[in-house]
Design a protein around this ligand. Sequence first.
Ligand code: MN
Length: 286
Amino acid sequence: MKFCRFNDDRLGLVEGDLVYDVTAATAVLPDLRWPLPRGDVFFAHLDLMKTEMQRLRPDAACLALTDVCLLSPVANPGKIIGAPVNYLLHQDEANKDAELNFGLPVKTIDDLGLFLKAGSALVGAGEGVVIAHEDRRTDHEIELAMIIGQGGRDIPQADALDHIAGYCIGLDMTIRGTEDRSLRKSLDSFALLGPWFVSADEIADPDNLDLELRVNNAVRQKSNTNALIYGIARLVSYASRHYTLDVGDVILTGTPEGVGPVQAGDRLVCAIEGIGEMTVMIRGKS
Ligand code: MN
């Protein structure tokens, strides 16, 4: 199943080029009061939501996907977890490029662990990315994003895939520099999820998906998740040995080689096999 959040927090089932407005399904979600439970309430009730969305689908209003503004399919993740260097060829390019490494050896998860991105950085494909500091190099990083469906801690690698609700395309936008990753990668709009959510049952093998990113029609990044250093299950297991994972948490799996700068006016097309394709505009500060 593919679904999206669009316009003013509408909920849509995605089928081909169409979106069916099933916003009324959210009426069955619990009325929450302070203090809120941890985790994204929509994904905490995902099975119920899937049933309700399907029930409403026959009578739902239908729109063209090209006519809606796509928001992040996950509204309230407790954590957005990033994997710093998780493709060997990206590690190689970073070690060769002084604009990426600033004179320091580029290490992997074994040395660096993981990092967190701010919730305030989260946007969807229709909102685009804002370049806040035009004097700094700002790079695209396409990444497979996984959404936790069942939380836990110390999750064995053998069980890890059962904890994943589904997948999105992620953009881990990054200012290059020496500051901590949690600063450089957490500017507003620097955590982009889209174009929609694809449930895990539609992705037979998340460790074998082609991914590609084009800037103004030129291919910049092209790889496959089979080149990940920490594969999907290992990454979930590793993260859960440090953070308790909550339902709705997002894990960005790291970017392959080909990272490069973007500027206001650029048009990104990002595609991951089994998920789809999204267009993302790069905007200046307004
Ligand atoms: Mn990244």
